[in-house]
Every structure is written in structure tokens, then in C-alpha cells.
Design a protein around this ligand. Structure first.
Ligand code: NAD
Length: 315
């Protein structure tokens, strides 16, 4: 009995890696509906899917910002049966808020948060009726902890986490599983697009200090953070595949054990000052502390990859 898996945002990055990994499950346990806003962009996925295309993987149209498109997609699936829903579609936004328009901010909330809400409005009632299903949401470590100049993006992921924490109690009553996957930095189009948009930001609405902080502190270190801490989309897919094949999936799963110490700071200090002070020092006393911690992380990276058996780090 094959489980059906619907994944959103599969034309690139994590979504594409997820679709391919799950469709290539060694025991052929899954039938994957890999969805994307624009199926004209399916070439890369089709290529990566190889022989699974038309067998354990099928490509469908779905725009998480359009309720009609969600309904049409779900209706096209036999018995509307979705056993595993993976909500992955999302977008980023970086920069000082005084340089961003409300429209840009709303687009992020509409995709990252209301996109998930629309999906669940369409799919949760069926799951509840069947008393069977697993909802997997690609959140972020920024769903637990804010990061400088990611104000709106972090807010959208906090919204996702609050929404899921609330729903999780009800889900339990219906025998449904709900899991938040929380990756740290992942090297995808997303990160490149966000960076390039960041470089283009019109900083004229910001004061000198803020503009300087964004350009010469944040953007300057952006690539370094991704290079030292970044995982691949395939890493995230591996973790997620494990989560959907495990008996008792956890509510939260962080994919990057190098990032976990940062998130524990939040729980270590009920006043909430510890993570903020630490991030402040990382950013502004960066020459001393930031470089030291990057070197430390590089050292850890090799050790932990070995012990978690995730293979060699990329060069
Ligand atoms: P990506 O840009 O490669 O993928 C995002 C996908 O979502 C794209 O294919 C895009 O077309 C799709 N999408 C956007 N709006 C959509 C809509 N309205 N309907 C359907 N699809 C839509 O980036 P990614 O890194 O693979 O991101 C996937 C998820 O992972 C996102 O939710 C992101 O927030 C999360 N995430 C990414 C990182 C990272 O560092 N890259 C880290 C943590 C979490």
C-alpha cells in the first residue's frame, strides 16, 4: 500500500530534492505528487527524477497563493487521498524594514504563512475524516529565533510555528502527525536570490548607520555563513525522508546540529537576553568573536559529520 505524498514548491531547491529523494525510496513506499506554481519550470525536476517520472513521481500545478489551484490539484488526486503533505514553498526577504514596501512584506506572509493555511484548509478536513495523515512543514531555525535584517521572513516563520503548535493538539485527537522541519542555512537558489535582491536594495530610505550595517556587516558575512554552516537541499531531503518513515515522528526536527546550540540559548534564559546579546556580539564584535566561532564551527563540522554519518563535507 503506497502512501501518497504531496509536496509544494518543487521546481527548485529543497522541494525538488525532497520530491526526488522520496520518489526514489528503496522500498517504493511512496507515490509523490511534486507540485509547482509554474509547470513550465519542471525541466530540472523531470531530469533529476529520471526513471521515477510517471512511476512514483508525478508533476502537478499548485500555487499556494491561489485556493482554486489548490482545490483543482487535490481534486485531481484519486479519492483526494494525501497521506503526507509537505509544505515547502516559500520565499525570503532581507534588508532594513524602512527600505521594504508593505506589498513586498505581504507577499512573504502570503506565501510562507497563508500559503500553509490555504493548504491545510483544503487538505486537513480529509485527513481528519480518515484519521490518518502526516503534515510536514518546512519551517526554519528562524521560526524559533530572529536574525538581523530578516525581520519579516522570521515573522512569517514564527507565524508558521505558532499556527502549527496550536494545531498540533487538535491533530493528536485525530491521530494525525505534524512535524516542523527546521533547517539552518541551506545552499539553494533561495539563498542566491535573496542575496542578489539584497544587493539591489534601495537603501536611500535608511540612515547611514543602518545602510552601512546592512551592506558592510550583514551582506559581507552572508556568503561566509552559508559556506561554513550551509547544508545541501539533499541533506534536508535525507532528514525529511527519515521523518516520514519513522514510527513516532517528532513535532520539531532541526537538521543542522551545528546550529542547535544557537537555538538552545533561547531556552537557557527566560529573560530572553542571552540570544540577543550573543547575536549582538557576533555581529558587532565580529572580528574577534565571529571569526573565532566560524573557525570553531569549521572544526566541529568535520567531527559531527563523521559521527552523524552524513558523509564528507563539501570542499
Ligand atoms: P527555493 O527558492 O529554491 O524554493 C522555494 C520554492 O517555492 C521555489 O520553487 C518557488 O518557485 C516556490 N514558490 C514560491 N512561491 C510559491 C507559490 N505561491 N506557490 C507554489 N510554489 C511557490 O528555496 P528553498 O531554500 O528550497 O526553500 C524551500 C523552503 O525552505 C522555504 O519554505 C524556505 O523558507 C525554507 N528554508 C530555506 C532555507 C535556506 O537557507 N535556503 C533555510 C531554512 C528554511
Amino acid at each position: 500500500d503506497q502512501k501518497t505524498v504531496l509536496i509544494t514548491g518543487c521546481s527548485s531547491g529543497i522541494g525538488m530534492a525532497l520530491a526526488v529523494r522520496i520518489a526514489k525510496d528503496e522500498k517504493k513506499r511512496f507515490k509523490v505528487y511534486a507540485t509547482m506554481r509554474n509547470p513550465n519550470k519542471s525541466e530540472k525536476l523531470a531530469e533529476a527524477a529520471g526513471r521515477t517520472l510517471g512511476r512514483t513521481l508525478e508533476i502537478k500545478q499548485l500555487d499556494v497563493c491561489d485556493e482554486k489551484s489548490i482545490k483543482a490539484c487535490v481534486d485531481s488526486i484519486p479519492n483526494r487521498r494525501i497521506d503526507v503533505l509537505i509544505s515547502n514553498a516559500g520565499m525570503g526577504l532581507i534588508g532594513p524594514i524602512e527600505c521594504q514596501s508593505l506589498e513586498e512584506m505581504k507577499a512573504v506572509m502570503d506565501t510562507n504563512f497563508f500559503g500553509l493555511v490555504r493548504l491545510l484548509k483544503g487538505i486537513l478536513p480529509d485527513m481528519k475524516r480518515r484519521k490518518r495523515g502526516h503534515i510536514v512543514v518546512i519551517s526554519s531555525v528562524m521560526g524559533i529565533q530572529g536574525i538581523l535584517f530578516n525581520d519579516i521572513y522570521a515573522a512569517s516563520k514564527f507565524a508558521v510555528e505558532g499556527f502549527c503548535e496550536s494545531l498540533a493538539v487538535q491533530a493528536l485527537r485525530f491521530n494525525l502527525n505534524l512535524t516542523l522541519i527546521e533547517p539552518g542555512p541551506v545552499i539553494t537558489e533561495f539563498e542566491r536570490k535573496v542575496y542578489e535582491e539584497g544587493l539591489k536594495t534601495d537603501l536611500s530610505a535608511a540612515d547611514k548607520e543602518t545602510a552601512n550595517m546592512f551592506t558592510n556587516v550583514y551582506l559581507k558575512n552572508y556568503n561566509q555563513i552559508f559556506q561554513s554552516l550551509g547544508q545541501t537541499p539533499e541533506d534536508i531531503a535525507k532528514h525529511t525522508h527519515k521523518i516520514i518513515t519513522t514510527n513516532k515522528p517528532p513535532f520539531r526536527h532541526q537538521t543542522n546540529n551545528l546550529y542547535t546550540p544557537m537555538t538552545t540559548l533561547k531556552y537557557a534564559d527566560p529573560n530572553g537576553d542571552l540570544p540577543i546579546d550573543t547575536f549582538y556580539k557576533m555581529v558587532f564584535e565580529h572580528d574577534k568573536i565571529f571569526n573565532a566561532s566560524l573557525n570553531f564551527i569549521k572544526m566541529l563540522r568535520w567531527g559531527s559529520r563523521k559521527s552523524f554519518n552524513l558523509g564528507k563535507p563539501q570542499q
